[in-house]
Design a protein around this ligand. Structure first.
Ligand code: PEP
Ligand code: MG
Length: 883
């Protein structure tokens, strides 16, 4: 087996297509080398080695050693340097690289190959002794930290002590001699921890680093990250070993990161940051504040630090050309890392750049308009779930604001919450139902869980490409980074900003679009859905086949749904219309009376309320289809519990509270989700269904008269398992329709259909379709009943299922294609066989989940129905499914 792929010297053994094998970084390094770009030579140890390693008790394949050795020869042949050569040593970087970038993993060891004798060789070959010893101490610290497990704080502490002893302030004050002394102290720290000296053999160093990369695949942080982002354990990571180039060889050297377009706004302009005389991670670490790459960006930012364009015009020009080339080669916005060593540009990484939802839309629309990609590709480029970011509120511009601090607008959106200073605390408070803003000096991969729990993130250090900024953008959360005037005191649990002191628990509001931080919670405003958003959605509408409806029962929801482009209501849950003040008593009366006469009295009170609700819905939906589901009450939600509630209902019914309590107790169910629900209620008490049917039909007549548009209601019967259940209820509905037509003298069309949410209904869909004119898949209940997992109790144990890899995703969020999906497919097929024109839809939560929507397309459903805020997401997802 080939375990190792080389690159460099104008060619490579891999290509960008081999991402699964080489990881994202390795595949793109190969691609850049093939394009003839200046890539330091190196090699990639494949992801298959990682998988092999874990499936063989953490040992390597036998022939790996030899393959790595010959790949090292490949680097030597190009660079003329050999690992461990005392005169002119080869130094390498070792980086992890999974298929997708994973901040939870070990990322980099730089300067590998240095030891007590090669450092002298480096000093001679570079002609810079200070640089050589500085590199060696960095290597001991980095290797000590990520490979040997020595806390980097210990090295930093030694450095601080040394500076104090010698009256130094800055790292740059230290001479070669100083570094030499510190190196001895660093080595002692390592030896104390390890019980043996810092490894001097470069080959041993290399294998140590490779082992650390593979080990980090199973670190707690990486596992958490994979769980949050549903990345399979089986993917593994690759390891990239590459000849070092130095951005820290003095004032003609630099290192930086750039995006070919602005990752925050999508604007078509090169955007990036760099540091002169710095190495690798210094830029992203956010310790020094980086400078702008282009003059335009520098001027826009009002910065007086010179841009790369100013200080290294030639390297800048070369870099700008390569960026343009990479973008048109990959036909996507690129995120690029580079180093300039004594004026010579080197490319270290390119990948498709993470961007905000807003930027994703703009880049997709612009690129389609530029002719770089097709409209279909533009549609496919936007992650439907990310639109959520744009559907969220921004701060009402007319709000009274007290600015307490300002930083960089690192990730857009606005959020309010209580200040917390640690990620653990953020997670704890979030699970207790609080909204929190995570405030940190800077964040690291250890803060992922806290960032996940927080509504927004505020950091006092770091630029637009700092960890906090990049991760927050990926999560779609507002982030203000580098708010330098804020002083954070973790120990005291407070921050100071502009003379104000705020404690943990105090409320602040972040505006990630302006970078401002305000005191208190501010009023928010609805998002603007015009511009690129509207363009992409319009393109999506032109290609999608499935319709998108909304689950809505209130006029507000119905209006929101229409604003978001819903093409009808797919589910109006009538029981939700009764929770209002003033109605619940009448509903309780209906449920609790033990005679038909008593029920009819209560129903008579409910009829006008229902009718006017339906009129409002029909008017708002103006001729679009509206599916109204008959009452489906899990009874426990309606039965009165407190003495007060019981007394209120007893009075309304004219019975004693004691009698009423008895009746309520008798209605208690052990498993209400599988109890007297759905059509079972209509079978026991058909007069309830009749009242609802009357309300629906009378409302249809009234709304048609008001709007001048015909209303064709779809009456839906829930929780049907047997055709006979549906037959019985449908007979009552039909009779009521005839009666209303007679009473009003008006004709109207309507449909009667059923939810398919029980396995039996799915299996017997063929005969049920003899009666049902449409099916709507209630995949919430269908998932519950197929798995035998209670919807309400699943959360307490599904986490363990996901952690153990038994279930990759929560089946209540993303439809289980194999099991529940098979029932859906069977029902669709059998239903169509009986009734070829049967209308098929889905109204479970899955109707708003992009992966589930893709499944719905494969079984050819006519529409999906989801909550109003997910309608745009569903429109885009339905288009992607149809491509
Ligand atoms: C369903 O079961 O999927 C459904 C939409 O109905 P409810 O969630 O109201 O039970
Ligand atoms: Mg249901």
């Amino acid at each position: 087996t080939r375990w190792v792929y080389t690159f460099g010297g104008g060619k490579a053994e891999g290509t960008a297509d081999l991402k699964n094998l080489l990881g994202g970084k390795g595949a793109n390094l190969a691609e850049m080398a093939n394009l003839g770009l200046p890539v330091p030579p190196g090699f990639t140890v494949t992801t298959e080695v990682c998988t092999w390693y874990y499936s063989h008790g953490e040992v390597y394949p036998e022939d790996l050693k030899a393959q790595v050795a010959s790949a090292l020869d490949h680097i030597s042949a190009i660079t003329g340097r050999r690992l461990g050569d005392e005169a002119d040593p080869l130094l390498v970087s070792v980086r992890s690289g999974a298929r997708v970038s994973m901040p939870g993993m070990m990322d980099t060891v730089l300067n590998l190959g240095l030891n007590d004798s090669t450092v002298q060789g480096l000093a001679r070959s570079s002609g810079d002794e200070r640089f050589a010893y500085d590199s060696y101490r960095r290597f001991i610290q980095m290797y000590g930290d990520v490979v040997l497990g020595v806390d980097h704080g210990e090295f930093e502490e030694q450095l601080e002590i040394y500076k104090d002893e010698n009256g130094y302030v800055l790292d740059t004050d230290l001479t070669a001699e100083d570094w030499r002394t510190l190196i001895e102290r660093y080595k002692e720290i390592v030896e104390r921890h390890l019980g043996r000296p810092f490894p001097q053999d470069p080959t041993e160093q290399l294998w140590g680093a490779i082992g650390a990369v593979f080990g980090s695949w199973n670190s707690a942080r990486a596992i958490t990250y994979r769980r949050i982002h549903t990345i399979p354990e089986s993917w593994g990571t690759a390891v990239n070993v590459q000849a070092m180039v130095f951005g820290n060889m003095g004032e003609t050297s630099a290192t930086g990161v750039a995006f070919t377009r602005d990752p925050s706004t999508g604007e078509n302009a090169l955007y990036g940051e760099f540091l002169v005389n710095a190495q690798g991670e210094d830029v992203v670490a956010g310790i020094r504040t980086p400078q702008n790459i282009t003059e335009a960006a520098r001027i826009a930012a009002g910065s007086s630090d010179p841009s790369l364009e100013q200080v290294m015009p030639e390297a800048f020009a070369a870099f700008r050309d390569i960026c343009a080339r990479l973008e048109s080669h990959y036909r996507d916005m690129q995120d690029i890392e580079f180093t300039i060593e004594r004026g010579k540009l080197w490319m270290l990484q390119t990948r498709s750049g993470k961007r905000t939802a807003k930027a994703a839309l703009k880049v997709a629309v612009d690129m389609a308009n530029e002719g770089l990609i097709t409209r279909e590709e533009a549609i496919a480029r936007v992650d439907p779930a990310s639109l959520d970011q744009l559907l969220h509120p921004t701060i009402d511009p007319s709000a009274e604001k007290t600015v307490i601090a300002a930083g960089l607008p690192a990730s857009p959106g606005a959020a309010s919450g209580e200040i917390v200073f640690s990620s653990d605390e953020a997670e704890r408070l979030k699970s207790a139902g609080h909204k929190v803003i995570l405030v940190r000096i800077e964040t690291s991969p250890e803060d992922i869980h806290g960032m996940h729990a927080a509504e927004g993130i505020l950091t006092t250090r770091g630029g637009m490409t700092s960890h906090a900024a990049v991760v927050a953008r990926g999560m779609g959360k507002p982030c203000v980074s580098g708010a330098g005037a804020v002083r954070v005191d973790y120990a005291a649990g407070k921050l100071t900003a502009g003379g104000k002191v705020l404690k943990a628990g105090d409320i602040v509001t972040l505006d990630g679009a302006t970078g401002e931080v305000y005191a208190g919670a501010l009023p928010m405003r609805k998002p603007d859905l015009s511009g690129d958003f509207a363009t992409i959605i319009a393109w999506a509408d032109a290609v999608r086949r499935m319709k998108v409806r909304a689950n809505a029962e209130t006029p507000l929801d119905a209006r929101t749904a229409r604003e978001f482009g819903a093409e009808g209501i797919g589910l109006c849950r009538t029981e939700h219309m009764f929770f209002d003040e003033g109605r619940i008593v009448a509903v309780r009366e209906m449920i609790l009376s033990d005679t038909e006469a008593g029920r009819r009295t209560a129903l008579a009170k409910l009829l006008p309320m229902q009718r006017s609700d339906f009129v409002a819905l029909f008017e708002i939906m103006a001729g679009l289809p509206v599916t109204i589901r008959l009452l489906d009450p899990p009874l426990h939600e309606f039965i009165p519990h407190t003495e007060e509630e019981i007394a209120e209902v007893a009075e309304a019914m004219g019975v004693s509270p004691a009698l009423l309590k008895e009746r309520a107790d008798a209605l208690h169910e052990f498993n209400p989700m599988l109890g007297h629900r759905g059509c079972r209620l209509a079978v026991s008490y058909p007069e309830i269904a009749e009242m609802q049917a009357r309300a629906i039909f009378e409302a249809a007549v009234e709304a048609a008269a008001k709007t001048g548009k015909a209303v064709e209601p779809e009456v839906m019967v829930p929780l049907v398992g047997l055709k006979a259940e549906l037959d019985l209820v449908k007979a009552r509905i039909d009779a009521m329709a005839a009666l209303v037509k007679q009473e009003t003298g008006k004709d109207f069309a309507y449909k009667v259909g059923t939810m398919v949410e029980l396995p039996r209904a799915a299996l017997r869909a063929g005969e049920i379709a003899e009666t049902a004119e449409f099916f709507s898949f209630g995949t919430n209940d269908l998932t519950q009943t197929t798995f035998g997992i209670s919807r309400d109790d699943a959360a307490s144990f599904l986490g363990a299922y996901q952690a153990r890899g038994i279930l990759e995703r929560d089946p209540f969020v993303t439809l289980d294609r194999e099991g529940v999906g098979e029932l859906v497919a069977i029902a669709a097929e059998r239903g169509r066989k009986t009734r070829p024109d049967i209308k098929l839809g889905i109204c479970g939560e899955h109707g708003g989940d992009p992966a589930s929507i893709a499944f719905c397309e494969t079984v050819g459903l006519d529409y999906v129905s989801c909550s109003p805020f997910r309608v745009p997401i569903a429109r885009l997802a339905a288009a992607q499914a149809a491509l």
